[in-house]
Ligand binder design. Structure first.
Ligand SMILES: Nc1nc2c(c(=O)[nH]1)N[C@H]1C(S)=C(S)[C@@H](COP(=O)(O)O)O[C@H]1N2
Ligand SMILES: [Mo]
Length: 433
């Protein structure tokens, strides 16, 4: 017997008052079955969140150039990721739409799940043995990680950057901490979940009204109340409330992920106040005024750096072979422009013009000054993709200032933020990184 065991034995009979006492928790709904039903929804949901999150991180080409990835010391957590393809064009659109929309949909389910196991937070004695202590510590990482990921994610898509750390790094590190705890948790609890689900019929439960709602059989985890109060809502009602919450969040946010005409249904999205007009009538995140871009006149020239460096006016660019591609721009924050028709010069043609080899990366710089958004590095595959453009026009008209006039990058499946607007310089770099 360790000192911990002896201490636990001694204090077990004397829990502090309030939530530490079993009798405090009286909802007849709590029990292994109710918790398991919520877990069944979370298991695939969280797995998909993690995978789409990882994919989004990989899409930034973190191993291509320091400019694309600001995550310090990511080491093995990031260095093994594969490069990101330049297509199909909907790849990042769908990935981020799923990641952000699903993240919102999971919130009511996570909250219900936390409610369903709340008594465990006040377990007494707090640690019965070393194993028990370790398990509880891992739950701290699990719950803390889930809350951290959801809160930072929601704050980020609402443009509320009220934290002293970078979202990109923190959300990424947080995801790894969370997923490690999640895997341990699932390993310990899967059998209990399956057993609990087998113990009751979902169909029967969905037919049970409040008047017949009683507590589950006592369980070894003490989720079931020792002194259940009469039910004020059925399990059907409680699960229905959670589902209604998730559906509401889905309905009020999915429109921004799809973009285009459905955008106006996304009442929970903070964006969309700046729609363009005419052919440029689609959402703008950052306007030229916001970015401090002064009107660009005839003096603008695109600088091209490479073995045979040169520079071109906008008219000269328009005189080159023009290519048109129908592409969406999809932001990491889950909104999209929807598919628009972009016209401009192929990046591959510009690479060839300056004598850059086909395996050359591209460093893009904007007229925009200041931290972030001003530059991005694209992989050779992204430069060579047939639909990868330095766009000059959109939907048959010149780009508007807000959409990046005089020229912007548009590449299939590229994260929104790297589709740099107000381009001033393209540097073709030998792929040595
Ligand atoms: N120079 C510059 N390019 C930029 C941005 C920016 O703020 N500055 N915003 C980026 C982001 S975050 C996205 S999602 C896409 C689309 O945003 P937009 O609607 O502001 O064009 O453009 C990208 N290109
Ligand atoms: Mo973005």
């Amino acid at each position: 017997m360790t000192a911990l065991d002896r201490w636990a034995d001694r204090v077990a009979e004397h829990p502090p008052p309030g939530p530490f006492r079993r009798g405090f928790w009286r909802s007849p709904l709590r029990g292994p079955w109710f918790t398991a039903v919520l877990s069944v929804a979370l298991l695939p949901g969280i797995t998909l969140m993690f995978l789409t999150g990882l994919a989004s991180y990989a899409a930034y080409n973190p191993n291509l150039a320091p400019g694309n990835d600001t995550t310090p010391d990511k080491g093995l957590l990031g260095s093994w990721l594969p490069g990101w393809p330049a297509g199909p064009s909907w790849l990042y659109w769908v990935n981020q739409g799923v990641h952000v929309t699903l993240g919102l949909v999971l919130i009511p389910i996570v909250l219900a799940k936390l409610w369903s196991v709340l008594p465990k937070l006040f377990e007494w004695p707090p640690a019965r043995s070393i194993t028990h202590l370790i398990e509880r510590a891992s739950l701290l990482l699990l719950v803390g990680g889930a809350v951290f990921e959801l809160v930072t994610g929601v704050m980020n898509i609402q443009y509320y950057y009220a934290w002293p750390f970078g979202f990109y790094q923190a959300h990424y590190y947080g995801a790894w901490v969370f997923i490690a705890a999640f895997v341990v948790h699932v390993a310990f609890r899967l059998r209990i979940m399956v057993g609990a689900l087998r113990g009751r019929s979902l169909r029967a439960e969905l037919r049970t009204p409040v008047s017949q709602t009683v507590a589950e059989q006592p369980d070894p985890d003490h989720l079931v109340s020792a002194d259940p109060a009469p039910a004020t809502i059925s399990r059907r009602g409680a699960l229905g409330m959670v589902a209604a919450g998730s559906l509401t969040l889905f309905g009020l946010s999915v429109g921004q992920a799809i973009g285009g005409a459905t955008r106006s249904t996304a009442l929970l999205a903070p964006r969309g106040q700046n729609m363009g007009t005419g052919p440029a009538d689609f959402q703008v995140n950052k306007t030229a005024a916001d970015a401090g871009i002064a009107p660009v006149g005839d003096g603008w020239r695109l600088e091209l750096k490479g073995p045979a460096a040169t520079s071109l006016s906008r008219d000269q660019l328009l005189a080159l072979t023009q290519h048109t591609a129908r592409l969406p721009i999809a932001c990491v924050e889950g909104w999209s422009t929807g598919v628009q028709t972009w016209t401009g010069v192929r990046l591959a043609d510009l690479a060839a013009m300056v004598g850059a080899a086909p395996d050359t990366n591209l460093f893009v710089e904007s007229l925009q000054r200041g931290p972030g958004f001003g530059s991005a590095t694209l992989s050779a595959g992204q430069v060579q993709a047939p639909d990868a453009l330095l766009a000059l026009r959109v939907n048959g008209a010149d780009l508007t200032a807000d959409h990046g006039f005089p020229a912007r990058i548009v590449v299939p499946a590229l994260p929104g933020v790297q589709n740099t607007k107000w381009v001033t310089r393209l540097t073709f770099l030998p792929a040595t990184v």
